[in-house]
Design a protein around this ligand. Structure first.
Ligand code: GLU
Length: 486
């Protein structure tokens, strides 16, 4: 791929939440552009007027920027081959449609929906795959006038060459051959003058000098139609690479049923962009070796289309969580707090904005729990022990810890020593715990465990001295007293 100026594109339809699969297509194209010193073009395919929205377009741009996927030409940044929004390119498409009509490679079709539906039903009844019969292929001028007088508005259909093999050398799937026989003359421009995806995409990719079309597998079946159009228009055909579907853990196509599917949902839960990029890169591409954590720079160096797998990629949430946990551990507590704040607010633990001492305290809380979480929203569960008014025992076993015969004297001694401390610091608290252990002549577990359970209700968690410092003397004593009275 390196001997030419690579021009790739990401061409989303702005019709809803930005799906993880779209982000992966964008990422693969970006990696190729950056690896080979090429260009990434961002084009908006908004010819579905009913479903497209500017809101969704903004959402896609935001998500790409957040992921660190920048583009060299396209909406917002401009470029030589604009405009980059399909609805702004209608006059351009029209010129090509006129040429196709003049040369007879396309024709006007006046068939009504009802007529087409009847044809479909008849084909199905005969056990045939429905396809357009070609009724308007030889329509006369007189017929056209009659239909126009009836108020019918024509579509433009492409005249599909008969008995032709269409061979695609796909960068991922290898050689794939389609037969033109199965493809009926298909609509390229609808009756409202708006081109369909298969037509606009060909003109845009050609006019924007795209060298490699890297996109989702679901478009493989569209590719023969597109190749026929390139040939009819006399335009250079780019290389194609169709990346595999993303499946859920049950190996069916990933959908809402499997949980979060949009980039925004992961962002809101407190996943980090570098983790998502790392994870998405491994969704269909496999590096040469065992390494699993990659920085964007490493991905740019390592990425290649010949290691993009033909078989479907399975979305493994545990793996994403593992990767994200890695990046969360490396992130600053301040930044993890920022991501956790909306969740802490929603849980009723804080009121926004947080400032001053409270912010300092919250940052310390996050620093204490950050090694135990996979994504920032989980701070809520792990930090709940610091906010609750009362301690809830996590299970029966925790309750039993407090029934031990030594517990009253351990607690009394610890309380007395704690009360005598002027300021709570980790080292001092640790020292008290040690001296209780020594004086009571007990194993560490017999001291630490009941205190941990009394303060948090749980048998595991962050370092006990850290918990005690964060709770503060007052709350610790309150919880110990609460226990004594229970
Ligand atoms: N607008 C199409 C989509 O979002 C793009 C297909 C292509 O990349 O050619 O699926």
């Amino acid at each position: 791929m390196d001997n030419q100026q690579i021009r790739v594109r990401f061409a989303p339809s702005p019709t809803g939440p930005f799906h993880i699969g779209g982000a992966r297509s964008a990422l693969f194209n970006w990696l190729l552009a950056r690896k080979y010193g090429g260009k990434l073009i961002l084009r908006i395919e908004d010819t579905d007027l009913e479903r497209s929205s500017r809101e969704s377009e903004e959402n896609i741009k935001d998500a790409l920027k957040w992921l660190g996927i920048n583009w060299d030409e396209g909406i917002d940044v401009g470029g030589e081959y604009g405009p980059y929004r399909q609805t702004e390119r209608l006059p351009l498409y029209r010129q090509y449609t006129d040429k196709l009509l003049e040369s007879g490679k396309a024709y006007l079709c006046y068939c009504s929906e009802e007529e087409l539906e009847k044809e479909r039903e008849q084909a199905m009844a005969k056990g045939e795959t429905p396809r357009y019969s070609g009724r308007c292929r030889h329509i006369t001028e007189a017929d056209k006038e009659r239909f126009a007088a009836e108020g019918r508005k024509p579509v433009v259909r492409f005249r599909v060459p008969e008995n032709k093999d269409i061979v695609i050398n796909d960068l991922v799937r290898g050689t794939v051959t389609f037969e033109s026989v199965g493809i009926g003359d298909f609509v390229i421009v609808k009756s409202d003058g708006i081109p369909v995806y298969n037509y606009a995409v060909v003109l845009d990719d050609a006019l924007m000098h795209i060298t490699h079309v890297i996109r989702a597998e679901e478009h493989l079946s569209n590719t023969p139609r597109q190749v026929l159009l390139y040939e009819a228009l006399g335009l250079a055909i780019p290389e194609f690479g169709h990346i595999s579907l993303i499946l859920g853990s049950d190996r069916t196509k990933m959908s809402k049923r499997h949980g979060a599917t949009s980039v925004e949902q992961y962002r809101n839960r407190g996943y980090l962009p570098e983790a998502l990029v790392n994870f998405l890169a491994l969704l269909g591409w496999s590096p040469n070796g065992e390494q699993e954590i990659f920085s964007p720079e490493e991905l740019i160096n390592e990425f290649s289309m010949d290691r993009v797998a033909k078989n479907p990629a399975v979305f493994d949430l545990d793996k994403l969580n593992w990767i994200n946990a890695h990046y969360i551990r490396k992130a600053s507590p301040e930044s993890v707090l920022e991501l956790a704040l909306p969740h802490l607010e929603q849980a009723g633990f804080v009121a926004l904005p947080v400032i001053g001492e409270q912010k300092k305290w919250l940052t310390a809380v996050v620093a204490t729990v950050q090694d135990y979480i996979s994504y920032a929203a989980q701070v809520v569960d792990h930090a709940a022990i610091f906010f609750a008014d009362t301690v809830t025992l996590e299970n029966q076993e925790a309750g039993e810890v407090l029934q031990d015969a030594d517990v009253p004297r351990v607690m009394a001694d610890f309380r007395a020593k704690l009360e005598a401390l002027d300021t709570l610091e980790e080292a001092a608290v640790q020292a008290i715990l040690k001296s209780v252990t020594k004086e009571m002549k007990l194993g560490g577990k017999k001291v630490y465990m009941p205190i941990r359970v009394a303060l948090t209700g749980q048998m595991h968690g962050p370092d006990l001295p850290k918990i005690i410092v964060l709770l503060g003397k007052e709350k610790v004593l309150e919880r110990l007293v609460g226990l004594a009275n229970a």
